[in-house]
Write a protein that binds this ligand. Structure first.
Ligand code: DGY
Length: 336
């Protein structure tokens, strides 16, 4: 009884994420009363909203944080996102309420870059398609020319969004695959230019000259449908398009048409306009498309690091310190 009373004197944190590691939960439980929701569905939502009523911190990923949710959480001081992307957060509404928001940059760069290289190789060398070919009892006929793929090494890689992940992809491509690198970004990235001879160019030049194009930009109002019909028409008919940013950065119908009309050769997609992707989505029935379930950063090691970094961000915010990965300094106006 007494312990229960003490528990409730600790500030409350609500965790809404599927399977946060016990290590992270026990770190948080040292100082906070932690309420953990492994999943949010019709059954758990009413309880989740009730717990938010007096929560000080929310640890989550991908959950839409808008005025409706924030209105249910009047005590909230910080929302800690377990992801680098934060397009799920309505920053204006958070700022209005002086609620801090944080993300987890850096720790996932190498892991997402590995996924991107995996998609490049999988599409160019047709790995999932050939895997199915062999597993369904087939082999090569003579030289197997109908099973040939395309080289990756020495081909031109275009990176749209040269941040931490883009730089990690560029390093792999330059040092491992001898690929010349083009990039398009809001601003010049001198480190990438010096380290891997990356050449800055316009989006149009990048589309025209790349053999492989990786879209890695965050989703913002400026990047919605950044790649659409015009851009696909500018690409080489042998180009392979990779999206590891967010589905909404691409006009998906334009991508489908570009693939159907053979305006480009193939695509590797970790993200879709609608997630979970609808089983009827045309992209899923194309042999030249390799699809992943938005899993670019999902390794055991990296997801643990991300969750721990998110927990540390949350704790600093609740302790009245500046969280290391604060996104919205505007929320601090009246606090520090
Ligand atoms: C990220 O961290 O933004 C990844 O895409 C996972 O959502």
């Amino acid at each position: 009884m007494e312990e229960r009373g003490l528990l409730h004197m600790k500030p409350k944190i609500v965790v809404a994420y599927n399977k946060v590691s016990p290590k992270v939960l026990s770190f948080l439980s040292e100082s906070y009363h932690v309420i953990n929701f492994d999943k949010l569905d019709a059954q758990t939502l009413p309880n989740f909203y009730q717990e938010l009523g007096d929560a000080h911190g929310l640890l989550t990923a991908g959950l839409k944080i808008d005025s409706a949710l924030l209105n249910r959480a009047p005590q909230l001081k910080i929302v800690s996102n377990i992801s680098v992307g934060y397009d799920n957060l309505n920053l204006l509404e958070l700022n209005k309420r002086n609620v801090m928001a944080t993300n987890t940059p850096g720790v996932l760069n190498d892991t997402v870059a590995d996924t991107v290289m995996g998609l490049i190789l999988a599409v160019a060398r047709r790995i999932p398609e050939l895997d199915q070919h062999v597993k369904t009892g087939n082999w090569k006929v003579e030289d197997g020319v109908n099973l040939y793929g395309n080289n990756v090494h020495h081909k031109v890689l275009g990176i749209i969004g040269m941040g931490g992940i883009g730089t990690a992809v560029a390093k792999r491509a330059h040092f491992g695959f001898d690929m010349p690198i083009l990039y398009h970004n809001r601003s010049r990235h001198t480190e990438a230019e010096q380290m891997v001879n990356a050449v800055y160019c316009s989006l149009e030049e990048l589309c025209q000259q790349s053999d492989f194009m990786c879209l890695l930009t965050p989703l913002t109002p400026q990047t919605v449908k950044l790649i659409g019909e015009k851009e696909f028409k500018q690409m080489k008919s042998t180009a392979i398009f990779i999206n590891a940013s967010r589905g909404a950065t691409v006009d998906e119908q334009a991508l489908i048409r570009a693939l159907e009309n053979k305006e480009i050769l193939g695509a590797g997609l970790d993200v879709f306009e609608q997630e979970p992707v609808s089983p009827g989505n045309k992209l899923l029935s194309m042999d030249n498309v390799v699809a992943l379930p938005h899993i670019g950063s999902a390794t055991h090691e990296t997801r643990l690091e991300m969750a721990m970094l998110a927990a540390e961000n949350l704790v600093s915010g609740l302790q009245g310190k500046m969280p290391p990965n604060l996104i919205n300094r505007e929320a601090l106006k009246n606090l520090f």
